[in-house]
Design a protein around this ligand. Structure first.
Ligand SMILES: C[S@@+](CC[C@H](N)C(=O)[O-])C[C@H]1O[C@@H](n2cnc3c(N)ncnc32)[C@H](O)[C@@H]1O
Length: 280
């Protein structure tokens, strides 16, 4: 039984990092004319009203996109991210936050494809409504890990697989990692972005170790923390593990992450990590 609802968290500091990297990867894939395929294995509702009751419950967006909204000194990649979110808020007030499905859809060209998976029976309805009818986009009410694995490699032979579980259950860590490893065996040249929260650091260490010993090559890790680790007291940081990253990504994150750690950190406790988990 799934109880996680992304609307409580939409636009928080973890979404900032995740969507910043998503935009950079899809922008890089768009630099060549050849079509790409983007697969979002855990799509969520696609769109969140920030003046709705879920988002207002803990107001997490205020410590994420809300802190960037009025800044005029953003690093280039962060400015591109905020500009894209502004496009969904024509009145200039921050009322709405697009999730990964709408961000990816926005960046598709005519010949690209987007495959979205969502398992939750309410979220799948919200997602279908959010992406509306678009022949480039297919929405599956199915398990994004097992189903997407069966579709690899995509016919375009170029693309991104975003793996963004809610980690509601602890087995999500191993299941997501094992699936990522299997996926890279079927589609070795694809780019993969696995999002992770930092709640209990030992789980992240195990995840990183599993990837480092898997045989996958060319893996970078990007992490953004609001406060120091505090085992078991909620999410203090989050990150993205990127397999076959665009060659431009590390330099962009070297500019963005120190700035974001300062801007989004709690009382000066923000931090970041940029690490080569496995070299090329
Ligand atoms: C973290 S949220 C996704 C947020 C979204 N990717 C974004 O960035 O806006 C995770 C979503 O995955 C869904 N989910 C959980 N297990 C799933 C599975 N095995 N396959 C597909 N969706 C799943 C949950 O219902 C939830 O909506």
């Amino acid at each position: 039984m799934l109880s996680y609802r992304h609307a409580f968290h939409a636009g928080n500091f973890a979404d900032v990092l995740k969507h910043l990297i998503l935009i950079q990867i899809l922008g890089y894939l768009s630099e060549k004319d050849k079509a790409f395929c983007c697969i979002d294995t855990h799509a969520g509702p696609g769109d969140t009203a920030l003046n709705g009751s879920y988002a207002l419950k803990n107001r997490e967006f205020e410590n994420g996109i809300g802190k960037l909204w009025l800044r005029d000194d953003l690093p280039e990649s962060v400015a591109s991210y905020v500009k894209l979110i502004r496009g969904f808020n024509p009145s200039a007030r921050l009322n709405r936050y697009p999730g990964s499905p709408l961000i990816a859809k926005h960046l598709l060209r005519q010949h690209d494809r987007l495959l979205l998976y969502e398992l939750h029976s309410t979220e799948i309805q919200a997602l279908s409504k959010a992406v509306n009818k678009d022949k480039r986009v297919t929405v599956f009410h199915a398990d994004g890990l097992t189903h997407a694995l069966g579709l690899l490699p995509p016919r375009e032979r170029r693309g991104l697989i975003l793996i963004d579980p809610s980690y509601e259950i602890k087995s999500d860590y191993t299941q997501a990692t094992e699936t990522l490893i299997k996926m890279t065996k079927r589609f070795a040249t694809g780019t993969y972005a696995l999002w992770y929260p930092v709640v209990e650091r030992h789980r992240n260490q195990a995840l990183e170790h599993a990837i480092q010993t898997s045989g996958i090559k060319n893996v970078l890790l990007f992490e953004l923390g609001r406060e120091a680790d505090s085992d078991g007291h909620g999410m203090t940081a989050s990150g993205m593990i990127v397999v076959n990253p665009p060659w431009t990504l590390e330099a962009q994150m070297q500019c963005a992450l120190p700035w974001l750690a300062e801007a989004l950190g709690q009382d000066g406790a923000g931090f970041y990590r940029i690490q080569t988990l496995v070299s090329e």
